[in-house]
Design a protein around this ligand. Structure first.
Ligand SMILES: CC(C)(COP(=O)(O)OP(=O)(O)OC[C@H]1O[C@@H](n2cnc3c(N)ncnc32)[C@H](O)[C@@H]1OP(=O)(O)O)[C@@H](O)C(=O)NCCC(=O)NCCS
Length: 197
């Protein structure tokens, strides 16, 4: 397909049905009314993607504060199949990453993805996300039911080393320095079990 104009636009009460339609077509999971009600409150964390003025994709996120960490959770990010590999997903993800970087206080951004979703895994890996956990039977009504947690950390040391806060740890003192060895550190589990790498 010839490259057209890609733009992001706000989600409002006037176009929320278009967001719902995109999500129904793109995702095997059905999102309830509360999901769409809450989306109207998240501001820049939800966007519609337009390709030559046609709605073809959407991203929906929420802030997630847990265990002293400020995290951004990507609930949905998707694009209609005929419009994939045109850079639309990248523009949506870059928008979200820019919010995190401008804010400066996010520890990480993460999402769940079906373990079979190799295209999404390749897409996120291109943006520095890593598989940090596998959640068995995460999905109730779809197969495979297992999900990967993909995460990109923003807590980096001066040399680009990644600092990961230990589970249940204090964010200021209990950090494990993880020196990235190519693809060596793939799972958060590996890091925690082995201690320092
Ligand atoms: C994942 C998804 C959002 C990617 O959107 P997209 O608009 O096609 O992504 P882009 O065109 O910006 O792709 C950027 C890069 O990601 C990688 N990528 C994207 N799709 C890929 C695929 N099917 N296979 C391998 N790499 C892929 C490529 O490196 C690509 O760059 P390139 O086209 O120059 O090679 C899209 O496939 C989608 O909507 N999938 C269904 C919904 C979903 O699974 N969302 C993820 C869970 S929230």
């Amino acid at each position: 397909m010839k490259k057209g104009v890609i733009e992001l636009g706000d989600v409002t009460s006037h176009n929320i049905k278009q967001l719902r339609r995109i999500n129904e077509v793109v995702f095997p999971v059905v999102y309830n009314d509360k999901f769409y009600k809450d989306i109207l409150e998240v501001g820049e964390l939800a966007k519609l993607a337009f390709y030559n003025d046609i709605v073809v994709g959407a991203v929906c996120c929420r802030e997630d504060k847990m265990d002293g960490q400020k995290r951004l959770y990507i609930m949905t990010l998707g694009c209609l199949a005929p419009y994939r590999r045109l850079g639309i997903g990248s523009i949506m993800l870059e928008h979200i990453l820019n919010i995190c970087q401008t804010d400066g206080l996010y520890d990480n951004v993460y999402l769940h993805v079906q373990i079979s979703n190799s295209s999404a895994i390749s897409f996120y890996e291109k943006f520095g996300f890593k598989i940090v956990e596998t959640k068995e039977n995460y999905y109730k009504k779809i197969e495979p039911a297992d999900a990967y947690v993909l995460q990109r950390s923003f807590k980096e040391g001066p040399s680009g080393d990644v600092f990961i806060v230990k589970e249940g740890g204090d964010a200021t003192t209990e950090v494990t320095k993880v020196i990235e060895e190519g693809q060596g550190c793939k799972k958060m589990g590996d890091i925690r079990e082995n201690g320092k790498k």
